[in-house]
Design a protein around this ligand. Sequence first.
Ligand SMILES: [Zn+2]
Ligand SMILES: [Zn+2]
Length: 264
Amino acid sequence: MKASVSLVTPLLLIEGKRSDWPVLPKQRDKEFNDFYTTPSEALLYTFYATTKKDVDEALISHIEEIRKVRNQIVHGISRTRLNPKFLVDKILDTYLFFKGKDAWWEAVSGFHFNHPLTGYYDLSIETAQFAERLDYALNMVGKSKMAKHFAINLRGRSYFCPKCLQDYVRGVGEDYKYAWAFLTPNSASSTSVTCLNCGNENKVIRQPCPYDGCKGNVLYRIEDLSKFNDASVALTDEAPEAMEDEHGFCLTCQENIWWKVQEI
Ligand SMILES: [Zn+2]
Ligand SMILES: [Zn+2]
């Protein structure tokens, strides 16, 4: 809100008499930080007096709720027990109110992955840790609330991201647990998945997974098999002889998949 008010003038954030505003000649300069600034209660009024946005009752309630909780913590001996669910919920809503969908995730992940030390530890692990954050937020607020905060449709089934999964399994050698890729568009015939965590979009093959017990039908091909005759490409869960590397894997069960292929 302060940033928005400052677009008009930061002087409106100063609490006190206008005659104290250092705007006329011969007035003594004063550091902006030395002024008392608008208390949070009045900030909402200044914000709506200056913004071009329509008044939003939901935003007003949101700000008031946070302001009161904050005052209880800072100025009183609060009996209110704050829990992570409340905090995560309010943080997500604050981003949504002021910046719109995806803003929370862009801020959180951008802060880390635009940092010069990104990857210094291990990029695949760092990326997985961010997927774990998505899992955490999802567990806190639930799927329908979480879905409000992203442009990608989170209500659809989620799949393992080919990039996040491969990087992690190759780098760490353990199973990958975080499924944050979604069909784009979310339809039965869709042939690509987009990962909310890493932002990558990958082509997928829509064929039933050959493994018993897996109902998945979104497969990822590591190798480019376009040089093969497509009609002869059939799925198999057994590695053909003399073929060491898998052709791909199922984005539901992670199991390796080979395609029986015949060169054109
Ligand atoms: Zn990913
Ligand atoms: Zn499968």
